[in-house]
Design a protein around this ligand. Sequence first.
Ligand SMILES: Cc1ncc(C[n+]2csc(CCOP(=O)(O)OP(=O)(O)O)c2C)c(N)n1
Ligand SMILES: CC(=O)[C@@H](O)[C@H](O)COP(=O)(O)O
Ligand SMILES: [Mg+2]
Length: 624
Amino acid sequence: MYQYLNHIDSPDDLKKLKPEHLLDLAAEVRRFLLEKVSVTGGHLGSNLGTVELSIALLYCFDSPNDKIIWDVGHQAYTHKILTGRRDRFHTQRQYKGLSGFPKRSESEHDAFGVGHSSTSISAALGMAAAADLAGAKNHAIAVIGDGSLTGGMAFEALNQAGHLKKDLIVILNDNEMSISKNVGAFSSFISRKMTGRYFRDLKKEMQGLLRNIPAIGSDILHFARRAENSLKSFLTPGSLFEALGFDYLGPLDGHDLPQLIEVFNNINQLDGPLLVHVMTTKGKGYKPAEENPDKFHGVGPFDIVTGKATSSTSARSYTELFGEAMVDLAEQDPRVVAITAAMRDGTGLKTFSERFPKRFFDVGIAEQHAMTFAAGLAADGFRPVTAIYSTFVQRAYDQVFHDICLQKLPVTIAMDRAGLVGDDGPTHHGVMDYSFLRHIPGLALMAPKDENELRHMLKTAVTSGVPISLRYPRGAGMGVELDRDLKTLDIGRGELLMEGSDICLIAIGSTVYPALQAAHSLQGLGVRVGVVNARFIKPLDAELILSVAGSCGRIMTVEENLLQGGFGSAVLELLNDNNMQDVIVRRLGIPDRFVEHGSQARLRQDLGIDAEGIAAAALAFLKQ
Ligand SMILES: Cc1ncc(C[n+]2csc(CCOP(=O)(O)OP(=O)(O)O)c2C)c(N)n1
Ligand SMILES: CC(=O)[C@@H](O)[C@H](O)COP(=O)(O)O
Ligand SMILES: [Mg+2]
């Protein structure tokens, strides 16, 4: 089946192959990727696009002594397969299986843990500085995509690299795609095809310009030629990197394995900062992915022949209903604008962008900029909604504080993928937003119990006129009926769902329905259980919580967030501030550790925040 691939368990095995066999190996790797990812799901398009690049890097450099760092790392499947993980690759992103991203704890060939974009150049530069200090001669190689290069910290690293002049290799994998088509002036600049027409027009312009300068004899033509040459060198993609102190090579064909090997063997001898620009095709070698690179960026299990998904969910997703509510709100209020950081489809804003193109902004992978851009819009009368995954909002903590809350600007921070996201694992779980946002003065923070309440919370947010954030989970909603009209909720008001005098479960967001389920099963055992849907992490519904605490004397909080500084902590603080220390409290949530990847259901079960876990914890609590 795999004549070459089955004999490669390390880069040393790879190096035993003759160069002419590497093309066959690349074909086998592509087949292997399709075979495995069509079953497990995962990031397909970017991995099909980096097969040759991965082979050439491991063939020409000396991993793990040479450090290869993949930016984001979603495109490092071939790197993993050729570094001893082929036989375990069917477990990638599965519970207790391989991670979907490079991880130092997983292999010595994973030089740096990744998952959030734009970190590779900083890390590689750090390793280059380490090698320099240690007198070592190993290479530090960052492989960064054109999308990830729109992330600000990549430029912070390029800036310092050009200054330090350490031996650093940056490989720009340019497929002109982020998750969707890449955006921004920089991405069009680096992918600019220096066409003949472009130069001809430019030349005409130059000559026109020069004709207006008083004749300075025959020198003018000499000057014109020099101007044209310098203009050409200035306007090629490499000119910007050269201006930052890098040597620039490219653009090369990122699928031409012999060329990549020749170049990589040569650059092995170079020193100082070097940027190699390779052009690749996202989804290369698999027609459905080449034709729909955005759709095949991240996939569930699919049929290789048709390219169609083989698993589907019934209930509509939180994301989809968020997107629909955004369209409704934008129709009602011309001040509503939407901002995404390179994740239009992932955040459900595709329809919004088509209906209101002038009120839709994709800022690239630039969450910090997104927040302050929103603050600018809000300062001048608009109602911006930033739609950013919870884990990526962590990137923009200071901007939320400094640019939005301190100035009390009416920005809505809509955090999708909040809570446990599942297969992407610890880099992507959105389990800290209660903790890192709750203590910012003036910021309201809420979480809906279901997709219908999400819609009302969104309306509440964009009409509130204050800094406000809502967070909702990845995946399907609860399948509840949707109210026809969106309504506004009272900020700081929760709802009492069940009354009970033995114990009261105070839940928030995705834990409300599991708490209700637990309560019904406890009722069957004769336990009188109350359930509260808190709705707001801040401001808490103090009146409701103090009332149930006083009448029950025993409460259990439940949250899909770290316990440290989370919702339960807020309730403890409230009780303490109101001298209700005699109320006994148990907090269910995520303990002080990172949660590995696996299905959301399995992770919630492990953490005891699913219905069974809540019921068991409540029973144990009652027996104390
Ligand atoms: C800080 C951060 N924001 C957003 C993402 C989501 N994300 C993952 S891959 C990706 C696009 C990356 O594009 P590029 O670097 O060009 O890689 P390609 O998929 O094209 O190979 C995005 C936006 C992320 N991983 N990290
Ligand atoms: C690698 C990356 O960060 C994104 O591709 C992320 O995996 C998308 O997550 P969703 O699949 O939840 O949209
Ligand atoms: Mg790209």
